[in-house]
Structure formats: structure tokens, C-alpha cells
Design a protein around this ligand. Structure first.
Ligand SMILES: Nc1ncnc2c1ncn2[C@@H]1O[C@H](COP(=O)(O)OP(=O)(O)OP(=O)(O)O)[C@@H](O)[C@H]1O
Ligand SMILES: [Mg+2]
Length: 367
């Protein structure tokens, strides 16, 4: 396997901003993260992206213009990575850019997914080959197109002597089970941070509940938690994937009576994330020895504390202990997926997405 540097760019369902990483892969595909950069979305961009999650007037024009705007923001992040590492565009083999999801509808026979990015513009601006549109090939092969990160988790975190579950707590929470004796599996288990973020913004004006401090002032409402967890999505067996199309503020309001205190709702939303994760592990991966968390949710001190208690017989850790910092796993995954595309290697895992076979993912926009 060839060695070389790749850039991964991820902007996820939380709509918090752009994670960009410069990664060096050696011949054994060991990854060293050379440089990282986070570029936050401003409130205007965030609300325009949120609006594009629903049908609305002039949406094609708006989506095209936002794709261009995002590509400029992605290109600035690339420029900063190069500047900080004193590298030139020719020193990077390719950029793997996920783009910004505005729709994800993995329904049988009418499945589609849309990630906004003008990859041609990004290649032009950076003078680096760009790989984008990673999800559609898996969908065309009958898969969900998500989650895609389990293949990277397998490449980086599989251990011949242990059974590990990796949980990414981003906007949505997804998990991957790594047991050397059986095929890798994984799925989106439900909301990660996105409902907590939306509720927090509405009631406190803050875009997220730092360290879960606000949630800690409330009490879980058992009937509300039961109502959330009785939603069909949680009972569906994998393969399954989801997004803001299902878990959004309208979904949340449909479960409320109207008299709940905001901090109790926040505590219950945090518990929903914890319960959906722990139930998924108990049901599908009970042999897990250690659960490794990545994504922004790993910083939510209160949530991690409750998760640790809920997983009583298993160890809880963060992926930093496996050599990839929790904040950068997803972006590193897209650097790795770009490498897979360049090397003409598959990027999906059919036992995860439900695709009828392994596929090379992504479209190549040459420098
Ligand atoms: N200190 C913190 N306390 C509580 N929550 C935090 C903290 N830091 C980050 N977060 C949460 O993490 C979120 C960002 O996580 P992340 O970037 O992993 O999600 P994402 O953009 O949806 O990514 P992806 O789709 O790649 O998983 C924030 O919106 C916030 O909810
Ligand atoms: Mg993010």
C-alpha cells in the first residue's frame, strides 16, 4: 500500500462547522495526524443550511450558492493546514470532502442522499485532487450510504485480542462493533447532540449545552423518555441510518405535552442519547469489552458520566487512547476514504450499509 498525505474535511449534522485534518498514511496505512483545523459556521450560514433541510422556494439556486460558499470555506481550511505544516498543494495526494448533508432518505426504492459541496470549485481553489460524493455509490448498490466511518474504524481500531465498540457522538450517534472473529457491523443508533443543541439554542441562546451543565439542572421525565424511545426508528433492525430528516425540532415537539420545564426536557434528551446507545450495545453487541467514544459528545462531561454508569460492566474510554483524538476521527475517516478511492479500494462495508457488495466510493475531481 502506498504512503502519502491526504486531507479530510468533515462538516457534520451538528452544523457546528468544518473539521479539517492533514493525515500522513504510512505503507501499513497507519495514520499520523499532522495538522488539524476547525472553522466554525456563522449563524447565517447555519440557519440557511437548516432551511435547506426542507422544501422551500428557490431551493435549487440557494443550494448551488451555498455549495460554492461552503467550498470557499473548505478551501480556506485547506490553505491553513498547508500553511501551518509548511507544505504545498503538490505534497498532498488528495482531499476527501464529505460535503454538508441537507437530505438523507434511505427509503427502499426511493433512496437518496444530498451533500452540498462544489467539488470542482474546491479542486480549482486548492489545486489538489478532490474526492467527493462518497455516499451515492453505496446507495446505488442497495445500501444506506451510511454510516461510512466503520470501514475506517476497522482499519484503525481493530484489535486481534479485544472486542470494541466505537461510538461517534456527533449530531447523530453511530456505532461500530469490532470483534476480530466476526464481520464488522454498525449503524446509526439515533440522535447524538442535534436535538440537545436545538433545544439549548431555543431556550438559552447557546448553540450547545457546554459540558451538559444545563441538562444537569433538570430531571429526566420518564414518560417523555418512554415516548421518545418508542419511536419506530429505535425498534428497526440494522442496517439503518438517519439524520435531521427524522430527528428534528418538529419530532421533538410532537412528543411534548407543553408543560415540561426546558431543563427537564434537556435532561431527557441527554438521557435519550445515552439510552439509545446503551440499548443498541446491549441488544446487538453485548460481548463488547470496551466502548470508545469519539465526536463532540465526548466533551459532554455529564453525558459521559451517565454513559459510564449505564455501561456498568464495560469500560468506557475515548479514541485518543487508540491514537486518534476524539474530535478528529470523522475528518480522518474522510482522508482515509479519499485514499481508498485513489488506491481503487472499497470504502463501504456491506454488512454495515446493506449494499450488495464492496464498492469504491467517491467521484474524483483531478487537480
Ligand atoms: N464541551 C462540550 N460539551 C457538550 N457538548 C459538546 C462540547 N463540545 C462539543 N459538543 C457537542 O458536539 C457537537 C459537535 O460534534 P461533532 O463535530 O462531532 O458533530 P458533527 O459535526 O455532527 O459531526 P459528524 O457528523 O462528523 O459526527 C456540538 O454541536 C455539541 O453539541
Ligand atoms: Mg462538527
Amino acid at each position: 500500500m502506498e504512503s502519502g498525505r491526504y486531507i479530510g474535511i468533515m462538516s457534520g449534522t451538528s452544523l457546528d462547522g468544518v473539521d479539517a485534518v492533514l493525515v500522513d498514511f504510512d505503507h501499513n496505512q497507519r495514520a499520523s495526524c499532522i495538522e488539524t483545523f476547525f472553522s466554525p459556521f456563522d449563524n447565517t450560514l447555519r440557519s440557511r443550511l437548516l432551511a435547506l433541510h426542507h422544501s422551500g422556494g428557490d431551493e435549487l439556486n440557494k443550494a448551488a450558492l451555498i455549495s460554492n460558499q461552503l467550498s470557499h470555506q473548505y478551501a480556506r481550511a485547506v490553505a491553513i493546514l498547508l500553511e501551518r505544516s509548511a507544505l504545498a498543494p503538490r505534497n498532498v495526494i488528495a482531499i476527501g470532502c464529505h460535503g454538508q448533508t441537507i437530505r438523507h432518505c434511505p427509503e427502499i426504492d426511493k433512496s437518496y442522499t444530498i451533500q452540498l459541496v462544489n467539488a470542482a470549485l474546491l479542486a480549482e481553489l486548492t489545486e489538489i485532487t478532490v474526492i467527493a460524493d462518497f455516499r451515492n455509490r453505496d446507495i446505488a448498490a442497495g445500501g444506506q450510504g451510511a454510516p461510512l466511518v466503520p470501514a475506517f474504524h476497522k482499519a484503525m481500531f481493530m484489535d486481534s485480542n479485544s472486542r470494541r465498540t466505537i461510538i461517534n457522538i456527533g449530531g447523530i450517534a453511530n456505532l461500530t462493533y469490532l470483534d476480530p472473529k466476526i464481520p464488522v457491523s454498525g449503524f446509526d443508533c439515533g440522535p447524538g447532540n442535534l436535538l440537545m443543541d436545538a433545544w439549548c439554542l431555543q431556550h438559552t441562546g447557546q448553540s450547545y449545552d457546554k459540558n451538559g451543565q444545563w441538562a444537569a439542572t433538570g430531571q429526566v421525565i420518564p414518560a417523555l423518555l418512554d415516548s421518545f424511545i418508542s419511536a419506530d426508528y429505535f425498534a428497526c433492525t440494522p442496517p439503518k441510518s438517519t439524520g435531521r430528516d427524522l430527528f428534528n425540532i418538529t419530532w421533538l415537539r410532537s412528543h411534548l405535552q407543553g408543560h415540561e420545564s426546558p431543563e427537564d426536557v434537556q435532561a431527557t434528551l441527554m438521557q435519550l442519547t445515552i439510552t439509545s446507545i446503551t440499548q443498541s450495545i446491549e441488544q446487538f453487541y453485548p460481548a463488547t469489552e470496551t466502548v470508545y467514544v469519539c465526536g463532540g459528545g465526548a466533551h459532554n462531561f455529564q453525558m459521559m458520566r451517565h454513559l459510564k454508569n449505564a455501561l456498568s460492566d464495560k469500560k468506557l474510554a475515548v479514541t485518543d487512547e487508540l491514537g486518534v483524538q476524539a474530535d478528529w476521527v470523522e475528518a480522518c475517516a474522510f482522508a482515509w476514504l479519499a485514499r481508498q478511492a485513489i488506491l481503487k479500494q472499497p470504502g463501504n462495508i456491506p454488512s454495515v450499509t446493506g449494499a450488495k457488495g464492496e464498492r469504491i466510493l467517491g467521484a474524483i475531481y483531478s487537480a
